[in-house]
Design a binder for this molecule. Structure first.
Ligand code: HEM
Length: 348
């Protein structure tokens, strides 16, 4: 049989899936159609985001992932697609806001206890990106309203390797410092035992660039990049080696070989930024619609949403690396052999 638009898109199912609660209760509320359609559109986009994240996780989990292969390009491309989808999701709030609080009141009570709180796809997305149970705001009840099979999906996502964890492993594999390069050109001021001359010099230059009030950043630097205090911070996903690699990528991103890795890090920060924009816009919309009343899902409403917005940054460990950047003029120069590798030119 010929493929037909209507069948291919299963429009029978999709276009007959808007069953209004207000109609069931013989009190038709005009704006409930918009409310249903917009939530369905969101869930479809969440589905697409999951589909992209699935493939990103699968590629990043390959032990042989080559950093300059089409595989990494695919990852970067799909991360960027996720960012574009998230931007659209932020904008969709404009449409929702064409509904007034009075229009919403016509059917709001009929929805209780249903709520966006029960969007398991949204919570699964956060978990697959890297949000852990311990970092959740309202962790006592964030799954309380879900069905057992939906809780199972989120718990599985929390125990599987997340994008953030796979990023950590990928960063740890980044080469440059293992090989036997000649670092003797570096001044390597104040090199502590066991610290690579590059990072010893970097720490020295960082110290020079910090103001007196910022000097405590050096302690964080030692902890995050050199792992010298020996205590693993349970809230950190990125290891010292991964942090070093990420900082190195940010510092030397002008070299061709580091451009894709940099775009990956930047794309992940953009995911956080868009998710955060969505959370704030949603929170403000909620405030406008229901003021300080509790949500239909039974949370504290706006206060819960503010807590989640403040706490649920997923790639904050990458964002904080920017605190340790130094001026270009202070950057340690690299051995010729490394410069050649970074520029695709092989030294003899
Ligand atoms: C009139 C419009 C809306 C209102 C008044 C509203 C209200 C709320 C409230 C009060 C909460 C907190 C949980 C609760 O107690 O219910 C919440 C959570 C949530 N809502 Fe909405 N919402 C609206 C539209 C939307 C739309 C269009 C989406 C799109 C999917 C959405 C998705 C979510 C999600 C995912 C959460 C959970 C957030 C988290 O746990 O961090 N909401 N909403």
């Amino acid at each position: 049989m010929e493929v037909h638009y209507h069948d291919y898109l299963q429009l029978d199912k999709i276009l007959n899936a808007q069953l209004l609660e207000s109609d069931k209760q013989h009190a038709h509320a005009h704006d409930e159609m918009l409310f249903v359609v917009i939530h369905q559109a969101y869930e479809l986009w969440f589905k697409q985001l999951h589909y992209e994240i699935d493939s990103i996780l699968e590629i990043l989990a390959r032990p042989s992932l080559n950093d300059n292969s089409p595989e990494l390009q695919t990852v970067v491309h799909r991360v960027s697609r996720c960012v574009t989808i998230l931007r659209v999701l932020v904008h969709q709030i404009d449409i929702m806001e064409t509904m007034t609080p009075m229009d919403f009141l016509e059917f709001r009570n009929m929805l209780r206890p249903a709520s966006g709180f029960q969007s398991w796809q949204f919570k699964e997305l956060e978990a697959r990106l890297g949000l852990k149970f311990d970092q959740r705001h309202g962790k006592e009840y964030y799954t309380a309203q879900l069905r057992p099979e939906q809780v199972g999906i989120i718990k599985k996502a929390e125990s599987d390797q997340s994008l953030l964890q796979l990023l950590n492993s990928w960063l740890e594999r980044l080469p440059f410092f293992e090989d036997d390069h000649d670092w003797s050109g570096l001044q390597a001021h104040n090199a502590a035992p066991g610290v690579h001359p590059f990072w010893a010099e970097y720490r020295y230059q960082l110290d020079l660039s910090l103001s007196e009030a910022e000097k405590k950043n050096l302690v964080y630097f030692d902890n995050l990049f050199l792992g010298t205090d020996g205590k693993a911070d349970p809230n950190c996903t990125l290891s010292p080696a991964a942090n070093r690699a990420a900082l190195f990528i940010m510092l030397y991103r002008g070299y061709p070989i580091l451009q894709l890795p940099f775009q990956l890090l930047n794309g992940l920060l953009e995911i956080d930024e868009q998710l955060s924009s969505w959370r704030y816009r949603h929170m403000n919309m909620v405030h406008r619609m229901i003021g300080t009343r509790i949500g239909t899902g039974g949370s504290t409403g706006k206060d819960y949403l503010r807590g989640a917005a403040d706490k649920h940054y997923i790639f904050r460990e990458i964002a904080q690396l920017n605190s340790f950047l130094i001026e270009r003029t202070r950057l340690p120069s690299l051995p010729n052999a490394i410069e050649a590798t970074l520029g695709f030119v092989h030294s003899s």
